[in-house]
Design a protein around this ligand. Structure first.
Ligand code: TNX
Length: 531
């Protein structure tokens, strides 16, 4: 009798346990309270919820070249949830349907996510648009572990406010290996940033191989701020980076900063401007023997400090233009994107007429090699082509000068977008000459309200530069970039009417959790109640 009772109880306990293991918990995903950054143009909900489980397939339409995006989506869904869905080319009952439809909107890079009870449609107006649909869907699922996920029904419709959404990385003050830049590219793409501007040369280092002037990289690349080893990208590595970026719909914008900020070029080739003096305290002799080279007695020593404005090319020498043309030709040939950034900032030792002469000749050379010139806002003192771009970092009057000439501006005001500015007085790295920029300062502004002469039609886009005088490692990069880049990305992508600090500071918490899970070093701004 007792034994039978025991058996009976045991069988009940076992069946309950079995039932529990079969009926996995259903996790719910709210579309209403989504945490997508940048915030989409429109989100509406229905009650046709979709159950995402292992029966669902990723269905890509044939003949649309969707393999890469389908595979990315598959891996993102797996990373977020643990579900490993099949990518197929035939329709079945429950699916995530990917396709490109040029006619669904007139916007470029636009997408629509339509969540219905039997399917989810991801539609892009082009490849980039579909990629962004997948990115938003990934964010929707971020942190939702589970094998049965009930996604609230509804529609997301989205497109960018500006065609150029960028970040700049200064690889000259400190050099960063390819792996770090690739990692950054992935992070940028997740916020729908589509341009990475690389500041490839400055006083402290020359970071790109130029075959016709080989010592630029070999000698000029072998140092950095503080006197480290430096480094440079070979042209093959640069091409690899360009290709990697383009898979993530990011255009590389190369910058060779001229005519000032050129001490690294003068380290390698003294002939480019004999007689420049490097600030004594930070001058470091070049060890020519270590390179197996004869000393170039006209070359400048390395500059390991962070002062600016002391160097320049020789504006009235034809050798300068041979050099400039060779560099532009070689770099343009391995840069598929439309832009070539010529720098042009802080030419403090160059008289204005020389400066203007240099910018105009260089602008011609950029055009000769099929590219569009971008320059820091000072270039607006020269006669610009209407197709050229002035990057507004310091002076709105310069931006106005560019606009008067029919040129567009790229919006990068130091006081809002400079990612190298400290968050507050306690930040352990960064500079503070422009401002302290906490997350709300990076978020609460609007490009069309900076200055009366800069109107919507004059703006190409928004870019956040990271100068790296104080930035030495990937962890340093991440600490200054996150969370502020998310704020800048929302300004560049989302219409002003959709933006609100209150809502952003709620959504960013989910991103904080994701950074934490993925080992991304970010600043826990006291303005946000991180969870
Ligand atoms: C100004 S912004 C510079 C850079 C410095 C930066 C530091 C600009 C065009 N020039 O050379 O790295 O400040 O914040």
């Amino acid at each position: 009798m007792r034994l039978t009772f025991f058996k009976f109880t045991l069988s009940i306990v076992l069946s309950v346990l079995m039932l529990m293991s079969c009926q996995e918990k259903v996790v719910e995903v709210s579309l209403e309270n989504h945490a997508i950054i940048p915030i989409p143009v429109n989100v509406s909900t229905t009650d046709s919820d979709f159950l995402l489980d292992k029966a669902v397939t990723i269905f890509m339409e044939e003949g649309q070249d969707l393999d890469a995006i389908s595979n990315l989506l598959q891996s993102w869904i797996y990373e977020a949830t643990g579900l490993n869905l099949d990518v197929v080319q035939k329709e079945n009952d429950k699916k995530i349907h990917l396709r490109i439809d040029e006619d669904f909107t007139s916007y470029k890079e636009a997408y629509r996510i339509d969540i219905q009870s039997d399917k989810i449609e991801l539609i892009g107006s082009d490849q980039a648009g579909l990629f962004y649909a997948a990115q938003s869907f990934r964010q929707l699922l971020d942190g939702v572990k589970g094998k049965k996920i009930l996604i609230q029904g509804g529609v997301i419709e989205d497109h960018p406010a500006y065609e150029y959404r960028g970040m700049m990385l200064d690889v000259a003050r400190h050099f960063f290996p390819l792996a770090d830049v690739k990692q950054l590219i992935d992070q940028l793409a997740s916020y729908k940033i589509n341009h990475l501007h690389l500041h490839l040369s400055d006083d402290q280092g020359w970071r790109i191989e130029i075959k016709s002037w080989p010592l630029l990289a070999i000698v000029g690349g072998a140092n950095e701020v503080g006197g480290g080893d430096g480094g440079y990208y070979t042209q093959e590595e640069y091409k690899e980076l360009v290709a990697y970026a383009s898979q993530k719909f990011i255009t590389i914008v190369p910058e060779i900063d001229m005519p000032s900020h050129t001490n690294a070029a003068l380290n390698a080739y003294g002939i480019l401007n004999p007689g420049i003096t490097v600030p004594e305290e930070f001058a470091q002799a070049i060890d020519w023997k270590a390179f197996g080279l004869e000393e170039d007695s006209r070359a400048t020593p390395y500059h390991t400090g962070i002062d600016v404005g002391f160097s320049s090319l020789d504006i009235r020498s034809e050798t300068t233009y041979q050099f400039v043309e060779d560099v532009i030709r070689e770099l343009a040939a391995i840069t598929p994107g439309p832009y070539f950034h010529i720098g042009g900032d802080e030419s403090l030792i160059v008289p204005m007429d020389d400066y203007v002469y240099f910018i105009e000749r260089t602008q011609d050379l950029v055009k000769k090699y099929g590219k569009t010139t971008i320059g820091w806002d000072e270039v607006a003192h020269a006669k610009l082509f209407p197709s050229s771009i002035a990057q507004f970092w310091a002076k709105a009057e310069n931006a106005a000068l560019a606009i008067d000439q029919g040129a567009k501006v790229l919006i990068s005001p130091a006081v809002r977008t400079y990612l190298d500015m400290k968050y507050d007085s306690t930040t352990h790295i960064g500079l503070k000459w422009a401002a302290y920029i906490d997350l709300d300062d990076a978020y609460n502004w609007e490009p069309t309200k900076l200055h009366e002469s800069i109107q919507r039609k004059d703006i190409l886009g928004v870019e956040a530069p990271l100068w790296t005088e104080t930035v030495e490692t990937r962890a340093d990069i991440e600490y200054l970039v996150f969370p502020r880049l998310a704020a800048i990305a929302e300004i560049a992508w989302s219409p002003e009417s959709r933006r609100s600090w209150e809502d952003f500071s709620r959504r960013i918490k989910n991103h904080g959790k994701s950074w934490e899970r993925n080992g991304v070093n970010f600043y826990r701004s006291p303005k946000v109640e991180w969870e």
